[in-house]
Design a protein around this ligand. Structure first.
Ligand code: TRP
Length: 443
């Protein structure tokens, strides 16, 4: 696919957020804010989704947490300015084609590749250490103790997320680079066996974006329990900021900006001028209490308007549910026909296709088709109908059946012929259908 239509298409950017926690300031500065800004770039097609299937791997046995986190993360993205009209914003588990693709990919993915995944290896290494300490014989536990098959398969599910939409770029943190490389490997194996179906994705690492320190000065992270929730109420935000670790320098003593969590967090929210002012204030010995007050006001200035939107969305989950359902429908306009094509490619096919000549009606029943007809106005028309009977393209009238036939021929040969035709209702689905027809004709 990457070879077929290289760069006339917009750049597809896709990323997922695991729904296992509450968004914090570090997520906002490191991922949400830059992604929302990037999503407004012209010539880019954004796919953002809530990775709730992935969440099951980490949150086993805590369904309420998965649901709550899904609600909070969805509300956060919308409150932070993501425009679901402009991008495709959906929930992974609303796309049943994802687990189906996961299986197709599982079958072309070497087990050895998964053995080398960092998260899995770390778990195994830990078990090995334990065995070494205890003496292997004393432990019935094996190397894979405590590792679910879900954790092992994590990279394949993630590859399915990415490959389903043929994303070019995947913005992720450094810890995810290996997963994108694995998605490329898996895509290449599939393409090698079944033809060029998948674009090979690339990781996109934001070098310029700060990693925010947490309350204790280490990287802000759920696993360190040092986070400041993004939409915590104002008074709570103030309290948490008051708890940021500082040194014991008294008011009037100059303070170091270097290594100051407070200063770094301020910098992530402030303009360069504001940051320069705080730097001066540090040199002049601003009291920590006063610096914390400045930080609180600066963060709250950016967050407060979003907090209101966030709260209203949390109070009206039906709005988010509707938004996500609409996003899923949009995503499935790509996923459904693409999966049909992949099913065909791997050999999950309508049996009639084999029993009869490939040009027969029975074969065509499982494929999209061209329908030619004459209207009461005396003109000749054609339409392209999807495998499920949905209308994908409606031509204008032609003076003769020959003209209509020529237009069909041109379209069968090349999507470029679309330039001469009325705009389709769903260009993506139409492209997929035409591709499928060409493949079937070659088969
Ligand atoms: N594994 C990613 C993380 O933990 C989340 C994720 C799931 C993802 N599927 C994805 C990210 C697809 C990018 C693309 O951060």
């Amino acid at each position: 696919m990457s070879n077929e239509t290289p760069r006339a298409e917009p750049l597809r950017v896709l990323t997922g957020i695991t729904t296992s926690g509450t968004p914090h300031l570090g997520n906002y500065v490191g991922a949400i804010r830059p992604t929302v800004i990037a999503s407004r770039t012209a010539g880019m097609e954004g796919f953002y989704f809530l990775a709730d299937y992935h969440a099951l791997i980490k949150t086993g046995g805590d369904p309420a947490r998965v649901q709550r986190s899904t609600l909070e993360i969805a509300a956060t993205w919308i409150a932070a300015g993501l425009d679901p009209e402009r991008v495709t914003f959906y929930r992974q588990s609303d796309i049943p084609e994802i687990p189906e693709l996961t299986w197709f990919l599982t079958c072309v993915c070497g087990k050895g590749l998964l053995n080398r995944a960092h998260a899995y290896k770390a778990a195994v290494d830990k078990n090995r250490e334990k065995r070494a300490v205890a003496g292997a014989a004393d432990l019935d536990e094996d190397e894979d103790a405590g590792v679910s098959a879900g954790l092992f398969m994590y990279p394949v599910l993630m590859a399915a997320d990415i490959l389903m939409f043929n994303a070019h770029r995947v913005p992720v943190g450094r810890d995810q680079i290996q997963h994108i490389e694995m998605a490329r490997d898996i895509a290449a194996s599939f393409n090698h066996l079944y033809g060029e179906h998948f674009t090979l994705p690339e990781a996109q690492i934001e070098e310029s974006v700060a990693t925010l320190p947490g309350l204790d000065g280490r990287k802000m992270s759920k696993s360190y329990d040092n986070t400041i929730p993004l939409f915590t109420p104002r008074d709570q935000l103030k309290k948490l900021i008051a708890g940021i670790k500082t040194d014991s320098r008294a008011p009037g003593e100059p303070k170091d900006t270097e290594g100051s969590a407070l200063f770094q967090i301020y910098e992530a929210f402030a303009t360069p001028e504001e940051t320069a002012q705080l730097r001066n204030a540090f040199a002049e010995g601003i009291a920590w209490g006063q610096a914390k007050e400045l930080l609180f006001e600066r963060i709250d200035r950016e967050i407060a308007p979003m907090r209101e939107t966030y709260q209203s969305l949390i109070d009206h989950p039906e709005r988010l549910e509707d938004m996500l359902k609409a996003g899923a429908a949009k995503a499935r306009r790509i996923a459904t026909p693409f999966t049909a094509k992949l099913r065909h490619a791997v050999g999950l096919r309508d049996l009639r296709a084999q029993a009869t000549d490939k040009k027969s009606k029975a074969t065509k029943a499982a494929l999209p088709s061209f329908k030619q007809y004459r209207e009461a106005d005396g003109q000749f028309y054609f339409k392209v109908v999807g495998a499920q009977g949905q209308l994908l393209l409606q031509s204008a009238g032609y003076a003769s059946p020959k003209d209509a036939g020529a237009a069909i021929k041109a379209l069968q040969a090349d999507d470029a012929a679309l330039a001469q035709l009325p705009a389709p209702t769903d260009a993506q689905a139409l492209h997929a259908a035409l591709r499928l027809l060409r493949e079937a004709a070659e088969a």
